[in-house]
Write a protein of this length. Structure first.
Length: 158
């Protein structure tokens, strides 16, 4: 896979991979898109439209063999239906979970992820980090923003 050169959804990818603490899915997504675009979607339908735009941007940048989730609407729809059953939520929230799971499964080097910078001004605090190969980052119990940023640096600056 080739890296995405002008990818600007870094915060969305960080959230999907667990680098931001999860609170409420819809509110979290509103904050992320406010960080990206400077405005927050008014409702779930607009949020879903924006999530599909993320998939569209990914589709434009990935090689045909790397678009396994896009080549078949049936498989994408099956995943959405599965998320409706798993999370017991409406279709809009299931679509959001599906897009997040696609981002979570993608390699960080392809997404050209940059390390998160935690501060008091940010809505998000450090999440557990979902990289199983970096147990030291997942197990650390950070309290201060400095420690959170050091954990992120240990992982991203390797």
């Amino acid at each position: 896979m080739k890296p995405l050169g002008d990818w600007h959804f870094n915060d969305l990818a960080l959230y999907a991979k667990g680098w931001y603490e999860r609170k409420d899915l819809v509110e979290d997504m509103k904050h992320i898109f406010e960080m990206i675009y400077g405005y927050s979607p008014e409702n779930k339908h607009e949020l879903v439209r924006m999530m599909f735009q993320v998939l569209d941007r990914l589709h434009d940048h990935l090689e045909p063999g790397d678009r396994y989730w896009w080549t078949s609407f049936v498989s994408l729809d099956d995943q959405i239906t599965r998320n409706i059953c798993i999370y017991n939520e409406d279709r809009d929230e299931a679509i959001i979970h599906t897009v997040l799971s696609i981002l979570m499964e993608m390699d960080a080097s392809v997404l050209c992820m940059k390390k998160p910078v935690y501060s008091k001004k940010m809505y998000f605090r450090k999440g557990p980090g979902l990289c199983a190969s970096h147990e030291d980052v997942r197990k650390s119990r950070t309290v201060t923003y400095k420690q959170m940023n050091e954990d992120a640096s240990r992982f991203f600056d390797k």
